[in-house]
Ligand binder design. Structure first.
Ligand code: CMC
Length: 436
């Protein structure tokens, strides 16, 4: 009779073990009892880069990579992008339900009233060199907020936790905008509480001498939709960092800074900036075949292509193409679009990319839209970090309320030397250094 168990025979000992299967998984700790002797530590799983390891239970985001499905708390991303605002989706991700009218009004009010930065934080940002990368400024400033709000350490207090969550969601656009104004040498613009989340962000970025800045509503809505698409994506590299750092009970500012640092890498959120660099390098549509040939020969990657989980299409990339149409009606076409479309067309027919199931991901078209709206490429990853802060915080909160979680602490297979004879200074020979 079928049972939800796995029977394993250890051919080293001829012993047989039966371990439970729950939710399509076996527990690694159940393997520990498989040993060759009393001294043996027990069997471990080896899974570099977590290719096939679930590290938590989560009820926030569902992804079916083969079918191209993405849902937040059970709602399809397509519907949320069509019908919600970003702050509405933030509420859903954090609390599990869509807010009613009164709840949303209150939530928007609360976030809006946490957008200001302490003046000392502003001065901290002024200390950066004029050419500091905005992501470096964002990571450092998020961490610096830990010094401003020491009560944030009380991570097991739900009220304190919620307070910091509101502060982080409110302040991220302010930090992002200030990092931009700093890099172009313009005076900082303080938040305007009359404006929407994205409208206020655009105000802080681009207001000059006019008494009241009015963001183009189509562009503000496009940004809101892009924020919805980027808000969470289950256990990706930066979210795993947030959970890992948060598991030590570090405060949320430091944990978010760590997560944002993980996001900055070119294989993760930094890819959107790299896509623009790649399109610049390609230059014209005619150069696309040669560029693809170069990638296939092993020289670099097609940035904005491929995904660890999506092996059919990235549903966010589909929505983004629609947003692009709306944005270009206002801004005129971004000339890079022609190159991107050609790249996509050729790559999707090419055996190399088809065989490896490489499709455009969320970063492929987002940069082209951001550039058309007026953002500089250095700011693209910051535009990813603002909404993803919500996902990081939702996952962090879930982690802290999960009684099965402990401090994250993977095991290793030690491959180094053991018990060497100490070599005195005068006897040491020049050697090839590890990591050099
Ligand atoms: N261009 C060319 N070849 C690629 C690409 C690419 N963009 N992505 C993967 N491959 C190849 C890779 O070389 C490997 O080939 P082979 O089997 O011959 O060695 C094969 O496809 C499998 O790739 P992988 O590196 O094992 O896949 P992964 O799941 O470890 O990596 C990825 C996923 C997203 C890091 C990778 O596809 C990549 O580097 N893409 C470009 C960077 C990018 O666009 N990142 C944004 C990801 S989506 C937003 C986010 O999560 O931040």
């Amino acid at each position: 009779m079928a049972s939800d168990t796995l029977t394993i025979t250890d051919n080293r000992t001829n012993l047989t073990y039966t371990i439970p299967i729950e939710d399509g998984t076996v527990r690694s700790m159940d393997l520990r009892k498989i040993r060759t002797s009393d001294e043996d530590f027990g069997l471990m799983m080896y899974d570099p880069a977590f290719m096939n390891t679930a590290s938590c239970r989560s009820s926030i985001t569902y992804i079916d990579g083969d079918r191209g499905i993405l849902e937040y708390r059970g709602y399809p991303i397509e519907e949320l992008a069509e019908r919600c605002t970003f702050l509405e989706v933030a509420y859903l991700l954090l609390f599990g339900e869509l807010p009613n009218e009164a709840e949303l009004k209150n939530w928007v009010h609360e976030i809006t009233h946490h957008t200001m930065l302490h003046e000392t934080t502003k001065q901290f940002m002024e200390g950066f060199r004029h050419d500091a990368h905005p992501m470096a400024m964002l990571v450092s400033t998020a961490a610096a907020l830990s010094a401003v709000y020491p009560e944030a350490k009380d991570v097991h207090n739900p009220a304190t936790r919620l307070h910091q969550i509101k502060r982080l969601i409110g302040k991220m656009p302010t930090i992002a905008a200030m990092s931009y104004r700093h890099s172009v040498g313009f005076p900082y613009v303080y938040p305007d509480n009359d404006l929407s989340y994205t409208g206020n962000f655009m105000n802080m970025l681009w207001k000059m001498v006019e008494p009241k800045y009015a963001a183009n509503p189509v562009l503000a809505r496009a940004l809101d939709v892009l924020f919805i698409l980027h808000a969470d994506h289950e256990q990706n590299c930066s979210t795993n960092t947030m959970r890992s750092v948060g598991s030590s009970l570090a405060d949320p500012y430091l944990s978010v800074a760590a997560a944002a640092a993980a996001l900055s890498g070119s294989l993760h959120g930094g890819a959107n900036e790299e896509v623009l660099k790649m399109l610049d390098e390609i230059g014209t549509k005619d150069n696309v075949p040669a560029y693809i040939r170069k990638v296939k020969e092993g020289h670099g990657k097609l940035m904005g292509f491929g995904h660890r989980v999506y092996k059919n299409f990235d549903p966010r990339a589909k929505i983004i193409k629609k947003v692009a149409d709306e944005v270009f009606q206002v801004t005129g076409n971004n000339p890079k679009l022609e190159i991107a479309l050609e790249l996509e067309k050729i790559a999707l027919q090419d055996e190399y990319f088809v065989k490896r199931k490489l499709y455009p991901n969320v970063d492929f078209y987002s940069g082209i839209i951001y550039q058309a709206v007026g953002f500089r490429p250095e700011l693209f990853t910051v535009l990813f970090a603002i909404p993803r802060t919500v996902g990081w915080l939702a996952q962090w909160q879930e982690l802290l309320m999960d009684s099965e979680q402990k401090i994250a602490r993977p095991r290793q297979i030690y491959t180094g030397q053991r018990r060497r004879q100490f070599v005195p200074m005068e006897e040491r020979e020049p050697a090839v250094l590890a990591g050099a």
